[in-house]
Design a protein around this ligand. Sequence first.
Ligand SMILES: [Zn+2]
Ligand SMILES: [Zn+2]
Length: 343
Amino acid sequence: MKETGDDRNMNEIRREPLLGRWVAVLSESMKPEDYLSSMEPSAGGHCDLCGEESGGAEEIYSVRDESGKWLVRVLPAMVPVFSPEGDLGRKGIGIYDRMNAIGVNEMLIESPQHNVQPEDMGPDQMLRVVEAFSARMTELEKDVRVRHIMIHKNCGIPSGDACGHPHSLITATPVIPKRVKEELDGAKQYYEYKERCIFCDIMREEERLKERVVMETPYFLVFCPYAARFPFEFWILPRIHNCSFRDVTEEEKRDLSETLSIMFKKLRRLLKNPPYNYVLHTAPSRIPRRNHWHTLGEDFHWHIEVMPRIKSIGSFELGSGMYTLTTSPEDAAKYLKEVSHGD
Ligand SMILES: [Zn+2]
Ligand SMILES: [Zn+2]
C-alpha cells in the first residue's frame, strides 16, 4: 500500500501513454490468494441485497410501496473504486499522468426479490428502474468533478455479477473513458463533415433496409448493428434526437421500460438465459470546460448497447480489437424478431 501525502488510501486512475486509455488502480492491492477465494461460490447463500438491510451503507435513493417496503433502491457499491471525497490531485509523474479516482460507484437494486429480473415483475417495475437511472444521472451530473456517467449491467457474468441479486451499476468518472471518447470523436467528425447526427443517419438507413431491425416502437428503434462485436448484439436508439439520457421524457421512459422488458425476454428465450452486459452511452457532463465542443448537442445521440456474452473473447480479439461474428447481424435480427417474448 502506498502512503503519499494527500493521496493516501485513495485509489488512482492512470493514463496509458500510448493509447490514452485510463485505468483505475486500487491503493490496496489484492493478494494472489484473494483472487482464488473470490472464485469460489459464496457460502451459506446469504445475500446482502435482500430485505431492508444494506450492510451498513446509507441508502441513496429508493421508491417504496404504501407499506414502506422498497421496490427499487440505490446503495453505494460494495467495493467502490471511485470515491466522491477529495480533489482530483491531477499530476504528471515523468511521462505519465495520474489523478485521484474521484467519482461515484452506485448499485441500483432492481428488485426486492432475489432471483427475479425486473422485466418479470410487470411493466411498472421496469419503469421504476428506468426512472431511478434518470434520477441518479440528473443528481450526479451536478458535481463539477464528474465528467461522465455510465449506467451498465453485468447479468449472469461470472466475473462481474457475484451476488446473483438483480442489480445494475452507475459509475461516475472524472474523465471520459476511452471507449466513450472514441464514439464521441467519431460522431463529432461525422457531424463536421455531413452536418448530420450519425446515429440519426444510421437509424434512417436501418429503417429503410429493415434487414437488421428487431423492433420499432413509438419512441425507439431496436436493431442489430451492421458491424456488431458480439453475436446477437443489439442497440436501442431513441427515435427523437437527443444527446443526453438526462433529458429523456416521461413517454420515452415508459416506452423504454417496455422495450427493455420485451428484448430481455426475447434474449432469454432465444439463448436460454445467456449472460449479457449492457451499457447506456450518453453525452458527457455539459458543464463548459476546456475541450468542450459546441456541436455536442447535435452530434451525439444517447443509446443502449446490449451485448450477449455467449462467445468468449480470445487472443485474436484481445490482440487486434477485431471481432468475429459467428451469426450475422441480419440473421441475429431475424431470430430476435421472430422469437416470442410471451410467457
Ligand atoms: Zn438477494
Ligand atoms: Zn441523432
